[in-house]
Design a protein around this ligand. Structure first.
Ligand SMILES: *[C@@H]1O[C@H](CO)[C@@H](O)[C@H](O)[C@H]1NC(C)=O
Ligand SMILES: *[C@@H]1O[C@H](CO)[C@@H](O)[C@H](O)[C@H]1NC(C)=O
Length: 364
């Protein structure tokens, strides 16, 4: 070979090198799962648990889209970039378009289900039902086979995961459900700080803050009071539990271990809501109130009860609940429902910035 050819080859190799580092393939493999349980609050808890697990087994997390009536790319609501200071991540759409053809060709796509050992593999149906089917279809993923596992998602199981599913044979673990517990583990709550809002969401928050409150301070409140919730809370005291849905977020704050979820915490009465809200208004001297609710905003009740304080009550009722989450996350004070995971994502986001949170039926 003459020098010129060698030179061309070297620069060609260099160009290829530069090109592939843009989408480096992780030799330790990837993990992807559907946030297929519940609405945004539940999905956020599962997301953080799954994020922690992907770091534990040292696979790149293929960041799943949020699930509404369709897949919403993670980056529409939060910045992918800030997750990177915790662990290696790649956006799901990016992965499907740029890496899947090389790392996860169509004929190699296996789905993984957690199932008890005595259940047949045929019960592992990755696309069975809603939203599973739409989730994978919108990512253009079909499975040629499935496999089941009985492993946990903790540090004691990492070796087994790696032994059973080594990255060279299984470059992508596509799990049917999130590899996380619900309610989420307390130690994972602080991971919320890696979920920073997208510019798109922040722009909207700033617009509402200006329009509704002229950029003055406001107290945000979350009223979870639809009929399904009332039913969920009916017998809660008979369970004698500290852990009912998101309830550890407030009960963990108590030193005593024999305090249980009460009806008052789960489904506070109007009197309790007006009592605590008035206390906070008097204490903070903030007179703007932002109400987020799935059913009854109690606007008239609040205005009447706090007539002397001349409060202004805003109820935006946005089409996307995540706008309520962002508005409450940025309020100067927040009162939420301790049992609700919609409240819990707000509480965690606020804790990351040392903003105060109170709970109905729990705080003074
Ligand atoms: C984790 O994976 C990364 C990237 O593949 C690798 O560089 C690193 O050595 C791995 N860490 C451990 C502890 O295996
Ligand atoms: C799925 O396929 C459609 C149609 O080819 C395409 O427009 C879309 O971008 C693909 N989605 C992903 C996540 O690759």
């Amino acid at each position: 070979m003459n020098r010129c050819v060698v030179g061309i080859l070297i620069s060609l190799i260099f160009v290829l090198e530069v090109k592939t580092t843009e989408h480096d393939i992780d030799p330790n493999g990837y993990i992807l799962f559907c946030l297929c349980m519940g609405r945004f609050g539940n999905q956020a808890e599962h997301f953080l648990g799954g994020l922690a697990f992907s770091k534990l087994i040292n696979r790149t997390l293929i960041v799943p889209p949020w699930r509404t009536y369709k897949n919403i790319p993670y980056s529409e609501w939060f910045q992918i970039e800030s997750l990177r200071s915790y662990h290696r991540v790649i956006d799901a759409e990016d992965f499907m378009q740029n890496l899947a053809p090389r790392v996860w060709p169509k004929e190699s796509r296996i789905g993984f289900c957690w199932l008890p050992a005595d259940r047949p593999k045929s019960e592992c149906q990755m696309k069975d039902g809603n939203p599973f089917e739409s989730f994978w279809n919108e990512l253009n993923v079909s499975f040629v086979d499935t496999t089941t596992y009985q492993l946990h998602y903790d540090e004691y199981s990492v070796n087994q995961w790696q032994k059973l599913f080594p990255a060279d044979r299984y470059p992508v673990l596509a799990l049917k459900g999130a590899p996380a517990s619900y309610p989420m583990l307390a130690e994972h709550r602080q991971l919320q700080k890696y979920m920073t809002w997208s510019e798109q969401i922040m722009d909207e928050v700033r617009q509402h803050q200006k329009k509704l409150f002229n950029n003055e301070p406001y107290i945000g409140i979350h009223l979870r009071n639809d009929i399904d919730w009332e039913r969920s809370c009916t017998n809660v005291e008979s369970y004698k539990t500290r852990s009912y849905m998101a309830s550890p977020q407030c009960l963990d704050l108590l030193a005593s271990t024999n305090s249980y979820v009460t009806q008052k915490i789960c489904y506070p009465s109007d009197e309790e809501i007006l009592r605590l809200l008035k206390n906070i208004v008097l204490r903070t001297r903030i007179r703007n109130i932002y109400v987020a609710t799935d059913k009854r905003p109690m606007i008239k009740e609040i205005e009447e009860h706090l007539a002397a304080q001349r409060v202004y009550v805003a109820h935006l009722d946005p089409w996307l609940p995540v706008i309520d989450v962002a508005m409450l996350a940025h309020a100067d004070y927040f009162i939420g429902n301790c049992v609700s995971s919609f409240t819990s994502v707000i509480k965690r986001a606020r804790d990351a910035h040392d903003l105060p949170t109170a709970f109905w039926g729990f705080s003074n």
